[in-house]
Design a protein around this ligand. Structure first.
Ligand code: SAM
Ligand code: SF4
Length: 422
């Protein structure tokens, strides 16, 4: 979501006549788009702002902090970093060009929250890719998982009209885009504010757009991932057989304390259905270790779930207490070293599983969308397969932005290597 928001902000600034700077030292305006999900990203922000202060002292640049940390701390950010020129929350991005371009040195803060969707479909977006595009379909979250700050920064769920989403997707297809990724904090709960159509209807409708070959979406929530979505994934042939379905923990008691709204059995039931409908599906997940009160037995249930599901990829985190959340009110009772140790155990097990999974596709041919080129070696390219795995390969000619058939010849735990067919 932040990557996509940054592309929108860059697009708006370019439309107002600004040009992208090569580096902070050569820029007159620096906008830091922030994430508040874990404390670590906040710490990174403060150290970055420290570095920017020294540039600011040398030449009079403007520095703005936007995004979830701006929304979370609002004017309190000035107590920590008085040098910030403007603080703008996620619902106020449209005002950035006007504020950033204003000649005055007056400090500005904009953090009001909109309850309704504001259509931004007319906006110019500066996308990094010419073939793969993010399309935001909803924002906010009503779930209040006990560890998560997102409902306090992005507000309540609001949904973009179906017709606006499809118009953007068709426009992208007309400009040569081949892949679209629907975005939202909880895309499965999407409902068209005008017609009541559901997320599965959106998958079916977008499947009809000529020119688009791959459709993905992120993030799903197991509680809202209903059977009709699984069936739509199977039947809409452009929807990749790939799903990020964050489980957080393999223990029903921890899931209950997290307020996730499903049990281990519910989650595994969804995985069974998905694999029955799409035996080739690639699944990924998010894991939090060291949630307050997580016992050794509860932690082992996460380990056994990983062994059982054998995800293609996972994102794993040490629990980080966040402002306003209910979990942060409890003493977590787990020493830092123990949390660290649990994270290492999760990552070591998953690395082994990924290496085994990846080894099993050596010799297979895969469709890959080439989206990147190595900075070090001009003959090395990278892309993603339908399972959203990174595939690296050599090519003597420029194959950027093209679909290719790649024979997988080698692998590591985190990526595949291959050769272009022919
Ligand atoms: N909406 C998605 C869902 O419900 O799964 C996830 C959104 S969150 C931005 C991304 C991931 O960050 C979560 O799935 C969770 O694993 C992790 N996360 C969120 N809050 C956290 C916290 N307080 N400590 C550690 N990890 C956290
Ligand atoms: Fe956070 Fe839970 Fe909402 Fe995901 S579903 S954004 S983890 S509150």
């Amino acid at each position: 979501m932040n990557v996509s928001d940054s592309e929108h902000i860059a697009g708006m600034l370019q439309a107002s006549g600004m040009k992208r700077g090569a580096c902070p030292e050569e820029s007159d305006l620096i906008i830091v788009n922030t994430c508040a999900v874990r404390e670590k990203s906040e710490e990174k922000l403060y150290s970055l702002l420290g570095r920017l202060e020294s540039i600011k002292k040398k030449k009079g640049i403007k520095v703005g902090v936007v995004g979830c940390v701006a929304q979370l701390y609002r004017s309190k950010l000035w107590d920590k970093k008085p040098s910030i020129d403007f603080i703008i929350g996620p619902d106020n991005y449209r005002q950035i060009p006007q504020i950033a371009g204003a000649p005055s040195d007056e400090k500005v803060i904009l953090t009001h929250v909109d309850s309704a969707w504001h259509d931004q479909s007319a906006q110019k977006v500066s996308r990094d890719s010419r073939v793969s595009a993010y399309i935001t379909i909803m924002e906010g979250c009503n779930n209040f998982c006990s560890y998560c700050v997102v409902p306090f920064t992005r507000g309540k769920e609001k949904y973009r009209p179906f017709r606006s989403i499809l118009a953007e997707a068709k426009g992208l297809a007309n400009h040569g885009y081949k892949e679209i990724q629907f975005l939202g904090q909880n895309v499965n709960s999407y409902i068209d504010p005008e017609t009541g159509e559901k997320f599965s209807d959106l998958l079916k409708a977008s499947n009809e757009i000529a020119g688009i070959e791959w459709i993905r979406f992120i993030t799903s929530h197991p509680k809202n991932f209903t059977d009709d979505i699984a069936h739509a994934m199977k039947n809409a042939h452009k929807v990749c057989h790939q799903l990020h379905l964050p489980v957080q923990s393999g223990s029903t008691s921890v899931l209950h304390r997290m307020n996730r709204g499903y049990t281990r059995k519910d989650y595994l039931g969804k995985i069974d259905l998905l694999r029955k409908l799409m035996p080739d599906i690639h699944l990924s997940t998010d894991i939090i270790v060291g949630f307050p009160g997580e016992t050794q037995e509860e932690f082992q249930e996460t380990m056994s779930l990983l062994e059982h599901v054998r995800f293609t990829n996972i994102f794993s985190f040490r629990y980080s207490p966040r402002p306003h959340t209910t979990a942060a009110k409890d003493e977590d009772g787990i020493p830092f070293d123990e949390k660290k140790n649990r994270l290492i155990q999760v990552q070591t097990l998953q690395k082994k599983i990924q290496l085994e999974n990846n080894n099993s596709v050596i010799g297979h041919f895969q469709k890959v969308l080439c989206t990147g080129k190595s900075k070090k070696d001009p003959l090395v390219y990278s892309g993603r397969n339908a399972g959203y795995q990174v595939v690296n390969f050599h090519s003597p000619t420029d194959v950027l932005d093209r679909f290719l058939r790649i024979k997988i010849t080698a692998c590591g735990p985190f990526s595949l290597f291959g050769e272009i067919e022919g």
